[in-house]
Design a protein around this ligand. Structure first.
Ligand code: CA
Length: 544
């Protein structure tokens, strides 16, 4: 009886806020868009269609059907935005039955739930990029997350990435108690992984390539690293190169390989991520006359981030002149850059390079967004640098670029430059490279066969443009690396601190031990699946 009472109270909230939830589309006419659900204009323009169908249903006769063919830059979306007021400070579960007939191996459906807070701040986002729905059988999927006590809106729905048909039915939004775990990225154990197969274009004696390792930086410390070459007999050697700064690069040399050879590479690294605190952020800190030595190099204009470009300088000066402390200026840059990106959306003309200057007029990627935000912050006279990493639970797969601005009395302050979100914690993104200012030069960051121009040097895999070998991602179609939650962990601040101190000593010792490849392997620590620790104390016992 108690269960029923809870369900009923849940339904009261749901019915007052949402439509089309309570009856599984049964009262919506077939062939028309479901009432209260929206297909955004960009998705409709991209050829996607949303309608109620009686062709298949998880419950009753009707479901919502989202369909379309793969489009260059948009995804199909079926969404609903509701007033968050009645659900503030509560944990909610969004669940629905979904089935998908994917057009190809790159296509799939996802549920997502987002909580918006005032002034464009994001309270929660889970869009399950790690688990696209590709089953053509009806199954229930769920997302659990917290609604902030100042939340404005809750936006939820289903998206179709690529092409095909995605169907939605029996949608529910319920309040759950704190005992139900949130599905969002959270502090704990995160796995950064890479998998690729080699394309050997010609027989060679030796070739090298380099890629950044997960960093011991801010609120994250790598715990394990396991690299494996297949076949194990490949003639290979490895070296870990320190710096600049916290960066660590793995240099791999492969030798004596025939054209067309079948070689695969994978690595996984479990990273300990603690909660990031921005509570001590001094919001009133003014830009000082002299910036500290550790920040000053990132005031400079570069090819990627040309803060001396006339238009960028004008915006930077304007936002600086509007007053406020460093944090307020950075936030003003984020708002302005969001307006610039929105205006550039759909504008004709492809970017030649993902530089800040080109991002003023053309829609680019997260790389160009980070370049422009960093350039604008520098143009406002504040040091800003770019951070490359592997995102969790939001944004694109693969490498994602964000920006850090120097805030006096705090240090490097991370912000998400593509969506314009302030304070971006490590549990949203595993950092792999703090971009040194010299890696933004045209000489190093210009167009190269492995990477687009404007991608900072060594922020992802680099190899000689005329090299005999390149890598093709096999983790998922067109994807060679990503980060995923292994397990959330909770602990007191002092326990986290002690865990990082222990883990950093351990990691540094391993890096300095000059590890070598033996039998095709480089191994430090157990495979992720063998790491069963559910507390920091158990973790310490599991990792000698
Ligand atoms: Ca139904």
């Amino acid at each position: 009886m108690q269960v029923l009472a809870i369900v009923r109270s849940v339904l009261v909230i749901v019915a007052s806020a949402l439509q089309g939830f309570e009856d599984g589309f049964e009262s919506d006419p077939v062939g028309e868009p479901p009432r209260a659900w929206v297909l955004p204009k960009a998705a409709a323009d991209g050829g996607y269609r949303l309608e109620v169908t009686d062709a298949s249903a998880a419950g009753g006769q009707h479901s919502a059907r989202l369909s379309g063919a793969r489009s260059q830059s948009v995804v199909g979306i079926c969404e609903q935005s509701i007033d968050a007021q009645a659900l503030r400070a509560k944990r909610v579960r969004f669940s629905a039955a979904v089935r998908c007939e994917a057009e190809d191996a790159d296509s799939g459906a996802r549920l997502w739930l987002r909580v918006d807070r005032p002034e464009g701040q994001m309270g929660f986002l889970d869009n399950k990029p790690e688990r696209p729905i590709r089953s053509d059988q009806w199954q229930r999927y769920e997302i659990v997350g917290d609604v902030a006590d100042d939340a404005d809106r809750i936006v939820l729905g289903m998206m179709l990435i690529g092409g095909g048909i995605a169907m939605l039915d029996d949608v529910m939004l319920e309040v759950v108690d704190g005992g139900v775990s949130s599905t969002a990225p959270a502090p704990g154990l995160v796995v950064a992984e890479y998998a690729a197969t080699a394309l050997v274009r010609r027989t060679f004696q030796a070739t090298q390539f380099r890629f950044p390792l997960p960093l011991a930086y801010r609120d994250q410390t790598p715990l394990t690293f396991r690299l494996e070459l297949d076949p194990a007999g490949v003639d290979a050697s490895a070296a870990i190169v320190p710096g600049p700064g916290p960066n660590r690069v793995l240099e791999l040399e492969l030798r004596g390989m025939e054209k067309g050879a079948d070689v695969r590479l994978r690595y996984e690294s479990v990273v300990l991520v603690s909660p990031s605190s921005f509570e001590g952020l001094p919001r009133d800190a003014e830009p000082p006359a002299l910036w500290p030595e550790e920040a000053a190099p990132w005031l400079k204009a570069t090819w990627c981030c040309d803060s001396e470009n006339e238009r960028i300088r004008a915006i930077g000066s304007e936002l600086r002149a509007a007053g406020g402390g460093v944090v307020a200026i950075v936030e003003a840059v984020l708002r302005r850059s969001q307006a610039i990106f929105a205006a550039a959306e759909g504008r004709v003309g492809r970017m030649r390079n993902l530089t800040a200057v080109e991002a003023l007029d053309k829609a680019g990627s997260c790389t160009s967004c980070a370049n422009l935000v960093a350039a604008l912050v520098r143009a406002a006279g504040i040091p800003a640098r770019i951070l490359a990493g592997y995102p969790l639970g939001s944004g694109p797969l693969q490498t994602h670029y964000i920006v850090e601005a120097w805030v006096p009395g705090f240090g490097w302050y991370p912000v998400e430059s593509t969506r314009g979100q302030a304070s971006w914690p490590n549990h949203r993104q595993i950092a792999v490279s703090v971009i040194p200012i010299e890696h933004e030069s045209e000489e190093l960051a210009g167009p190269r066969s492995c990477n687009a121009g404007g991608v900072p040097y060594l922020s992802l895999t680099e190899y000689a443009s005329d090299g005999p070998l390149s890598w093709e991602g096999t983790l998922k179609p067109n994807c060679d690396h990503e980060a995923r939650m292994l397990r959330p962990l909770t602990a007191e601040p002092q326990e986290w601190q002690a865990a990082h101190e222990w883990a950093r000593q351990r990691w540094t010792k391993w890096l300095e031990s000059r590890p070598q490849i033996a039998n095709g392997k480089l191994e430090f620590g157990p495979p992720p699946d063998a790491l069963a620790a559910k507390t920091l104390a158990e973790l310490r016992l599991a990792l000698p």
